[in-house]
Design a binder for this molecule. Structure first.
Ligand SMILES: O=C(O)CCC(=O)C(=O)O
Ligand SMILES: [Fe+2]
Length: 345
């Protein structure tokens, strides 16, 4: 399997190969600002049983979703050992010999396990400085058979992140003035058929990081993405027309609202564009899980959120099957919110 990792390890790189040179089309006023920080949510207050603390954190969740579409989650209860094992096992997977990974160089979006490079090398005009592993982990769990023990760690990690997602979705439902169970029930998030996709990204050190891109500006599909990183910064979030770098707090998760949250809430909570830049020092790893409804669910704006005070219904997006949306996104290069734009009414 061809990979950026292999390219770097070949030891013959002094400059960035031309096909990785990413033309930054952003205007100058999209510059990076260090002045703002992503909100932090103390997860333990959602589940502590103290109603005052819960309503305060639900309020913070609502503000974070409305103003940022991103928040850091602390005190989440996922053991640090599990997180570390997950990072180590993922590194172990990327370290496997090319022949061992070749069996997973799947062609199709719904192949249970796929690894590769860039986003969609068949259509990407510029290659991304990124290798990936994608695993459909729910409703049917799959795992690469190497490195040994990966499957066990992956299964536990995915279960814990699913539990976190449904707890956060309860808080988010309440922040919208809906019943706590609203999103989980409407989107069957807690059902045996809900969809969860794990995406592990590896960004090896790059000889000219300012000229290349790990992941270009894009929004995520699904309701929520829960992301863990190996302690190296690289993710930037578009906020008030500026790129805000994320400096992850130790032992935190980064959570963002996806395109299907935007559709479901009729744009009240939007998916937010983000990108991953690379560095020339060390390999960065990020591991995200996208949490969505069962693949055959048609996601459309919730009636409760699109009906005005005289009872008129104003949906801003047309409904689409989750599966079809994933196919649409995967068929092209990653490009901002272009996929969601297809659904705007
Ligand atoms: O590497 C990162 O921090 C971002 C990853 C990401 O945005 C994605 O996998 O969708
Ligand atoms: Fe993303």
């Amino acid at each position: 399997m061809f990979s950026v990792k292999q390219l770097v390890e070949s030891g013959c790189l002094t400059s960035l190969p031309q096909k990785y040179v990413f033309k930054n089309t952003e205007s100058d006023d999209c510059m990076v600002t260090e002045l703002e920080a992503i909100p932090t949510i103390d997860f333990s207050l959602l589940t502590s049983g103290n109603p005052d603390e819960r309503s305060k954190v639900i309020n913070e969740l609502g503000n974070a979703c409305q103003e940022w579409g991103f928040f850091m989650v602390i005190n989440h209860g996922v053991p640090e050992t599990l997180r570390n094992e997950m990072i180590r096992a993922t590194e172990g997977f990327f370290d496997l010999a090319g022949e061992e990974k070749r069996q997973y160089t799947g062609k199709k979006l719904f192949d249970p396990i796929r690894c590769g490079t860039s986003f969609n090398p068949k259509v990407d005009k510029v290659l991304l400085w990124r290798d990936y592993l994608k695993v459909h982990v729910h409703p049917h769990f799959s795992a690469p058979n190497k490195p040994s023990g990966f499957g066990k760690v992956l299964q536990e990690y995915c279960k814990r992140t699913r539990e976190m997602a449904s707890e956060l979705l309860k808080g988010i439902s309440e922040s919208l003035g809906l019943e706590e169970s609203y999103i989980n029930e409407k989107m069957a998030v807690e059902s045996a058929d809900s969809h969860q996709l794990l995406v592990a990204n590896m960004y090896p050190p790059c000889p000219q990081p300012e000229l290349s891109m790990g992941l270009p500006p894009h929004s995520d599909h699904g309701l929520l993405t829960i992301l863990m990183q190996n302690g190296l910064a690289g993710l930037q979030v578009m906020h008030n027309a500026k790129w805000v770098p994320v400096n992850p707090l130790p032992n935190s998760f980064l959570v963002n609202t996806g395109d299907h949250m935007e559709i479901l809430t009729n744009g009240k909570y939007k998916s937010v564009v983000h990108r991953a830049v690379v560095n020339n020092k060390a390999t960065r790893i990020s591991i995200g899980t996208a949490h969505g409804p069962p693949l055959d669910t048609i996601v459309s704006p919730a009636a409760e959120l699109v009906t005005d005070f005289v009872g008129q219904f104003f949906p801003a997006y047309r409904g689409i099957k989750y599966r079809e949306y994933l196919e649409l996104q995967q068929s092209k290069s990653l490009n901002g919110k272009s996929c969601l734009d297809h659904l705007r009414i």
